[in-house]
Design a binder for this molecule. Sequence first.
Ligand code: ADP
Length: 328
Amino acid sequence: MKDTASPEVTLAGVGLSRRYGNNLAVDDVSLELKRGEILGLLGPNGAGKTTAMKMITGNLAPSAGSVNVCGIDLIDRPTAAKAKIGYLPEIPPLYKELRVDEYLRLAGRLHRLPGSALGDAVQRAKRRAGLSDMGQRLIGSLSKGYQQRVGIAQAIIHDPDVVILDEPTVGLDPNQIREIRSLIRELGNEHSVILSTHILPEVEAICDRVQILHRGKVVFADAISGLRAFRGGHSLQVSLRRPPQLEDLQKAVQPAQVEQVGEGVFRVIAPPGQDSTDQLLRESLERDWGLYQLSPAQASVEEVFVHLTRQDDAGAVMTEDSRMETPA
Ligand code: ADP
């Protein structure tokens, strides 16, 4: 690919694939990141997230495809392209016997920062990662949450345009997770960020857009609002004291689809753009079904994956355009 990316696009991966022997770990994945945007790469373990991230950071050669960082081709000009990227791998590259300041100076030198700029760069990275008072602490003596902050500080030490974080909250406790998520949101104000995770609410809490990977392929790509709509903007959960037979309920609310999810509890999924609420209220009053609960339903993470996997097995890719055309 030539160095022609538009200035607003900080990172573009096109047609990326990677084989390990016979295993196609990443299969024709494309992604684009704009300045100031946080993109979530979501997928279960083994989906290909780490492999994709290693390719877009120049740590693993793709079997096919290209990566362009701020207009610079990663394969043609790796040193210049990598200078624009900060990377926090799944296992942070920390030297636990070093003090925070020592380690960040080392990270800065590895990124070829001149000696005169190191002091300021370390101070700035520490401030942004919430480590200002921690410079003299041994990394090994810090909590896991603070060690992760050090990992993020080394990723931003050279003030890169793009920051890539692989499963940054794994192994942290709930308070640490909250702090690291808020730190990532702040990073998104100045940098473009790609974040991988297997936790759907994490993507909803932090990201502007999401790409869902399944068996190496992109099975969903949309804004977070699109993901929320996909999870159930048009689904209702209804509880009935005197439920009819499933077929009768199905007939009464068609064209919506009905699934039974518990004793007297049903999920009613309306076609895109339609709402079954009024119809359901009317029918349940007329037929005396003893309606006592009616609420919007959100598909669980498992349901989202099952649904997308079904699409994937049918050969379809869920994108902004095709999302609503396929019934749930
Ligand atoms: P994720 O980060 O989503 O958990 P990975 O990118 O780690 O997924 O793995 C994707 C697939 O590639 C998995 O089937 C995994 O077993 C395989 N894989 C990853 N790294 C290697 C490797 N170094 N050698 C062989 N297979 C690998």
